[in-house]
Design a protein around this ligand. Structure first.
Ligand code: UDP
Length: 237
């Protein structure tokens, strides 16, 4: 059947956890390959794809306990880079042209993040994987996704997670939890919904970037999302 993409340029946010598969920790490369198949389809459809990867499958600064937060966040940013390289390798194996750019320079293993260069890659049909989050401690990769989406002028952020949308309470704990189809950023901020941190939500709100939150359990959801099918929860102005 014929697929008609709704977006020209997307920013896909992959949580670190989504790369771990059933292992919950580290990288399960078969899982990464499965996630990259629909990304290849997007690229083949002519959609320009930027990807921000999380690092929670290895390390999260905020759960580091006694460590100095800044140093713990440096470790978290390195974790996102490991994931970025894993995703890039899987995409390459599938025949996709890909470049990795890191917010903290590591020139022997990736390009440094340069906005205009990233846009140029996208225009040439290359997928760009952004590592190191924003390059600053005390931020999250959700905020990095919002920032990069604003910089590259993405039409939407697709936030692929382990849950199939945003609920009014934790669906794992409350069987009566209700899923939202749409939400405003004000709702997210005021009701303190755990969909993204307030820094990321504010950045998206101020720059009018919508976010679709959906489950990556079914990797083809990425295709449904880019074709505008109503899955997950859409957060917009
Ligand atoms: N991080 C950071 N600055 C950023 C993005 C990430 O310091 O701009 C660090 C932070 O320690 C964070 C870790 O990298 O906990 C992994 O990112 P995140 O927790 O957002 O990953 P996810 O939960 O999406 O897997």
């Amino acid at each position: 059947f014929y697929l008609q993409p709704k977006y020209n340029r997307i920013l896909l946010k992959l949580s670190g956890e989504s790369l771990a598969g059933s292992a919950t920790h580290g990288i399960d490369f078969d899982t990464v390959l499965k996630i990259c198949e629909p990304i290849k389809k997007c690229a083949d459809m002519g959609i320009q794809v930027g990807i921000v990867v999380g690092g929670g499958n290895f390390w999260r600064g905020r759960s580091s306990g006694k460590m100095d937060r800044t140093r713990a966040d440096h470790m978290g940013m390195l974790a996102t880079t490991i994931n970025a390289l894993g995703v890039a390798d899987a995409l390459e194996q599938l025949g996709v042209q890909v470049r990795v750019q890191t917010a903290i320079a590591m020139q022997q293993i990736a390009e440094p993040y340069i906005r205009n260069r990233a846009v140029r890659h996208l225009e040439k049909g290359r997928v760009v994987v952004f590592g190191c989050g924003t390059g600053n401690p005390f931020f999250s990769t959700d905020t990095a996704a919002a920032l990069r989406a604003a910089e590259i002028d993405a039409d939407i952020i697709l936030k692929a997670t382990m849950v199939d949308g945003v609920y009014d309470s934790d669906p794992k704990k409350n069987p009566d939890a209700v899923k939202f189809d749409t939400l405003s950023f004000m709702d997210v901020l005021n009701r303190n919904l755990q969909v993204m941190d307030s820094t990321a939500a504010s950045l998206c709100k101020d720059n009018k970037i919508p976010i679709l939150v959906f489950s990556i359990d079914e990797p083809d959801n990425i295709i449904k999302a880019v074709c505008g099918e109503s899955i997950g929860t859409l957060v917009k102005e």
